[in-house]
Design a protein around this ligand. Structure first.
Ligand SMILES: Nc1ncnc2c1ncn2[C@@H]1O[C@H](COP(=O)(O)OP(=O)(O)OP(=O)(O)O)[C@@H](O)[C@H]1O
Length: 255
């Protein structure tokens, strides 16, 4: 078996007396599109927040390519190749799409104190490089024509594409997506899925929270299920559909 690109060991998070994530240990294999499912309140988003540095764990560890990244802030993780998108995207609404993508956190010379020591020509060259890279990514995400549009004026589905575009500025090895298909119309969902699969073919690993079981069955392998903060299932999507524990814990509501 290949070395996991991302691992958690006993990852735990308490909110007062309530344990939202309860000793989760799992491995994400490189090159997979791994799905994370579970009922409302199972702890999925909290688990993503712990991995991506948005929340500090009460106990446990997160490893990226074997390196301990527990508790590092999101910007530091972005630089290490771990990116995350949100259930509800939050672009800078008055800035253009291009500016939003260019502003994705990364060691941007022009904005650092050190940057003041570089020549203005070097700063301009760096900005031109970022602009070209951001434009290429927007085109890849089918948003090229909207590059100069204010981000506050695009649809919710386009905002999800923009979120992924921002994530791509860090050349991430692993991307965490929180409900990418929620509230997105079918044609934009298709674009999103095609891009995820294209990036995956090029080697990017995805870890995706998704409630839409059709999406999970078609695109995710393996699938991990959380219930009450614990892993209750790990296997293929087909196994997930027939697992009795899962039917009780999660899919039972559909019966
Ligand atoms: N900041 C917080 N303070 C207190 N409790 C919290 C906090 N964040 C989450 N919780 C609780 O932790 C539990 C897990 O929430 P979480 O949002 O991680 O679940 P989820 O599986 O992502 O649910 P959903 O599918 O509805 O998004 C819930 O009971 C929630 O109320």
């Amino acid at each position: 078996m290949s070395t996991p690109v991302l691992s958690t060991k006993g990852l735990t998070r308490d909110f007062g007396p309530f344990r939202a994530v309860d000793g989760v240990s799992l491995d994400i294999r490189p090159g997979t599109i791994t799905g994370l499912i579970g009922p409302n309140g199972a702890g999925k988003t909290t688990f993503f927040n712990l991995i991506s540095g948005a929340l500090k764990p009460s106990a446990g560890q997160v490893l990226l390519n074997g390196q301990d990244i527990t508790g590092l802030p999101p910007e530091a993780l972005f630089g290490k190749g771990l990116a995350r998108t949100f259930q509800i995207p939050r672009p800078f609404r008055r800035m253009s799409l291009l500016e939003n993508v260019m502003l994705a956190p990364q060691g941007q010379r022009g904005e650092t104190v050190l940057g003041a020591l570089f020549s203005r020509a070097a700063v301009r060259a760096e900005e031109a490089r970022l602009r070209d890279k951001a434009m290429g990514i927007l085109e890849f995400m089918t948003l090229g024509k909207l590059a100069d549009h204010p981000a506050g004026q695009i649809s919710g589905g386009q905002m999800k594409l923009l979120e992924l575009a921002r994530a791509l500025m860090g050349d991430p090895a692993v991307i965490l997506l929180d409900e990418p298909a929620a509230g997105v119309n079918p044609s934009l969902t298709r674009v999103l899925i095609e891009r995820i699969e294209e990036l995956n073919r090029r080697g990017t690993t995805f870890f995706i929270i998704e409630h839409d079981m059709d999406f999970v069955m078609r695109h995710c392998d393996p699938v991990i299920a959380l219930a009450e903060g614990k892993v209750v299932f790990e296997g293929t999507a087909a196994e997930a559909q027939t697992n009795p524990l899962l039917l009780d814990a999660y899919l039972g509501a559909a019966e």
